[in-house]
Design a protein around this ligand. Sequence first.
Ligand code: CA
Length: 236
Amino acid sequence: MNEKKKILIVEDESGIAQIIAVNLMLAGYDYEIASDGEEGLNKALTGAFDLILLDLMLPKMSGFEVCARVRKKLATPIIMVTAREEEKDKILGLDTGADDYVTKPFSLNELLSRIKANIRRSANELVNPEAEDAGEEKVIKIRGLSIDTEKYDVTIDGTQLSLSRQEYDLLIFLAKNLGKPYTREELMGSVWGYEGYLGDIRAVDVTVSRLRAKLEKDPSNPEYLLTKRGIGYYLK
Ligand code: CA
């Protein structure tokens, strides 16, 4: 029997926090609630949580700041919760360090499936380095692009790239399947870890454009990360 996963709910609206808490409990999770940004940060930094559900608009310290400060110390998966679609569009354009985003009002099924996927993904990352020792190439080279899968190091023409986790995960997935185009839905499944989830797939396009901005000499005319019209994306 696995130990229960523990979720930190950082949410100032107690009604919403309670609804989430009850549903987490029913789904077999442990939880703690923090009702402002400061309390959220302090609890998060104890490192006692498998995932953090972080409201954006909070008293004392915003979700952005909490996220940035947690990221400096911990790799705990963070799902950012925004009040409106417009807020979500804005933060999708920023590199906040969050792993995922949901918009209020969200369905509890969507939230639970995202929690599950993000915890599974972070658990996979912990076991992956050993799996890769079992004979897989540790350094993938594609012309000027070099990906060291052991050191999580990516360079382009000798210059090191600073990639977010999603950008890295997407790049490595496409690099291991060189030349094969994938749909956004397939990438949501294989890279983001969502199973049968057909909700918001904009995260794929946003991550692709961020990755192109770092990877390509001319992001509007990419040489590596290409669009397959009518299908999706592939690495060449
Ligand atoms: Ca709030």
